[in-house]
Ligand binder design. Structure first.
Ligand code: SAH
Length: 233
């Protein structure tokens, strides 16, 4: 079964956008994954296909209606019934590589992109949506967050990256940040490639990379480092 992303958005013209480029785009053309983008406005109400209304209790902006969002979700469910239904939201659980891996190993994802001030809470509750955030900042809409999630998951699908890159050794794969990378020239503005990488001793190279990964993680991400130490003690 092909991994399937179903995206519900008010701006379908944003897709595939960056997802149609390079290795992911080629994989899309080769049907290694599929993208089904649906316009929430098709479920809008009345002549103007209204999708939002003013916030109950007052305040600025507009809120996406629960009845419209749920109609869009229910229609999409018919074609991607086993995928988790996700609402991209700054209030959601922070997306991490572990959840990305789970999603990549599953049938796909059904992604609802919010706009305006967000989505009526009753849509989240009534359809038991999983709320996922891509970081502690606020975007104007869920589309770029959905693209980030899709890109992170699809690149893990076997065959998508080909031999060109291996997700086995990269950042977070083992709870560490990745070691620094180098390529030619041997010397750049007086900076040489570190000696352990140039002597051809595979064991020494692996050791050096691991030590670098540990030092970087310790310095930059105390949260990851504490977790790594606990796991390996
Ligand atoms: N008023 C809301 C923010 C709405 S931003 C609040 O304070 O929580 C409009 C839409 O952008 C949201 O509905 C959501 O779908 C999307 N969005 C914004 N920031 C996001 C983030 N960090 N991660 C995922 N989605 C985000």
């Amino acid at each position: 079964m092909t991994w399937r992303a179903t995206v519900l958005t008010l701006f379908p013209e944003m897709f595939p956008g960056p997802l149609g480029i390079s290795l992911l785009g080629k994989a899309l053309a080769r049907n290694l994954w599929s993208l089904d983008v649906r316009d929430i406005r098709e479920h809008g109400l009345g002549k103007h296909r209204t999708v939002d209304d003013t916030p109950a209790g007052g305040g600025p902006g507009m809120v996406m209606r629960a009845d419209v969002a749920c109609a869009a979700i229910d229609a999409a469910r018919a074609t991607n019934s086993n995928a988790p239904a996700i609402y991209l939201s700054p209030r959601g659980r922070a997306l991490g590589q572990a959840r990305v891996r789970e999603l990549a190993n599953g049938p796909g994802a059904l992604l609802l992109c919010g706009r305006f001030e967000g989505l009526d809470q009753r849509a989240i509750d009534a359809r038991d949506l999983e709320e996922i955030s891509i970081g502690d900042f606020v975007l104007a809409g869920g589309e770029i967050a959905a693209m980030a999630l899709i890109e992170a998951a699809v690149r893990l699908i076997p065959g998508v990256l080909g031999d060109a890159a291996s997700p086995a050794e990269e950042s977070f794969s083992e709870g560490l940040l990745e070691y620094p990378q180098y390529t030619r020239p041997q010397s750049f503005e007086g900076r040489d490639i570190p000696a352990p990488l140039t002597n051809g001793n595979h064991k020494e190279i692996a050791n050096w990379r691991r030590e670098q990964a540990k030092a970087l993680t310790r310095a930059r991400r105390p949260d990851l480092w504490a977790h790594f130490e606990k796991k390996n003690s």
